[in-house]
Design a protein around this ligand. Structure first.
Ligand SMILES: [Zn+2]
Length: 335
């Protein structure tokens, strides 16, 4: 702070000006630019808003929101890339400067996430047409169903090239667990090729749809996924989760649960949307955006070694926006 005591004697006018400037600086730093902004005179960039959406069938409880540190490395710092508004609450797409993970903060309350995946989510085109661009349901008609069935059959066929077979050396069926199987496409394709399958799903509508096709699907609320399956230690040969990991609030916890359920020589196959920049496509139901690097960090931290990675087409939203899909096969590293 300036003081007239350090000015040349007799320069009263200057002293008065310096004192005045000091008071202005105190006022500005206290009331206009609190904290460090006054020192650098820099204003943080305002992130661009991606969309504003009203989910009429699910209620947000802002009192229960959580501002968590980085979901991958725990760093408390992040850079805001973009924002969006859901039911009058603002959320930010942020990037961790330490590990590069991109995720959405704050974390909404668990009740909102449970309500979100109700039947209306799967029939959004009918119930809330204005939301069709912000929800990841892209197979609304019969042509899309057929395309997805064929694509899934090809996926399961391709596992053979990676040495992942439906039967073991003794000719016994191997066990496959699918998480977040929705309408049962993968279970159908895997059963056709000889796998013994089981699905877990959080959405009552997805469960109803899969059961009506004759599949075994257990209703597991997302927050109970880990507790309910921990007893099945070393049980499954393969755990598959397509378009699932980007939806969960704690991807590390989900992977730890899967590690427990897998046999020591078991594999996982997962597919996620992959981006390196501000996501071109962010959906109400997405929490994390992975890059090949952040996905590798996460998998290695949770006890998996990547066997193979490939780009697996694009997720095309009704808006015309698209994002690359990344499919990763990894092997369990026994503890
Ligand atoms: Zn991080």
């Amino acid at each position: 702070m300036g003081s007239s005591a350090f000015l040349p004697r007799g320069d009263a006018e200057c002293a008065e000006l310096a004192l005045c400037a000091t008071w202005v600086a105190i006022y500005v730093s206290t009331f206009i630019f609190p904290s460090s902004y006054c020192l650098t005179m820099a204003t943080p960039p305002v992130p661009s808003r991606l969309f504003q959406a009203d989910v009429t069938w699910a209620t947000l409880k802002p009192d229960e929101f959580q501002w968590l540190p980085c979901l991958l490395c725990g760093s408390p710092n992040y850079e805001s890339l973009a924002s969006l508004v859901i039911n009058w609450s603002e959320f930010f797409i942020v990037k961790c400067p330490r590990c590069g993970l991109i995720w959405r903060t704050p974390m909404p309350d668990p009740g909102f996430l449970s309500d979100l995946y109700s039947e209306k989510y799967f029939n959004v085109a009918e119930h809330s047409p204005s939301l069709i661009y912000q929800v990841g349901i892209a197979d609304a008609d019969e042509q899309s169903h057929q395309m997805r069935r064929e694509r899934t059959q090809q996926e399961v066929q391709d596992w053979l090239e990676r040495g992942i077979t439906a039967k073991n050396e003794k000719g016994q069926q191997r066990r496959l667990l699918e998480i977040g199987g929705g309408r049962g496409y993968l279970q159908l394709a895997a059963q056709e090729q000889g796998w013994d399958t089981l699905g877990v799903e959080i959405s009552p509508h997805g469960i109803k749809s899969a059961i009506s096709k004759g599949f075994i699907v257990l209703p597991i609320p997302l927050d109970q996924l880990c507790e309910k399956y921990l007893p099945h230690v070393n049980y499954f040969d393969l755990v598959v989760f397509f378009d699932f990991l980007e939806h969960v609030t704690d991807p590390g916890l989900v992977l730890r649960m899967i590690h427990f359920t897998l046999k020591d020589d078991g594999h996982i196959i997962l597919r996620v949307p992959s981006t390196r920049q501000v996501p071109k496509l962010h959906l109400i139901d997405h929490i994390c955006h992975f890059t090949p690097e952040t996905l590798q960090l996460l998998l290695e931290r949770e006890g998996f070694s990547i066997v193979e990675t490939h780009h697996s087409g694009v997720f095309l939203a009704p808006s015309g926006d698209q994002i690359d899909n990344l499919t990763v096969t990894a092997r369990k590293r026994p503890a």
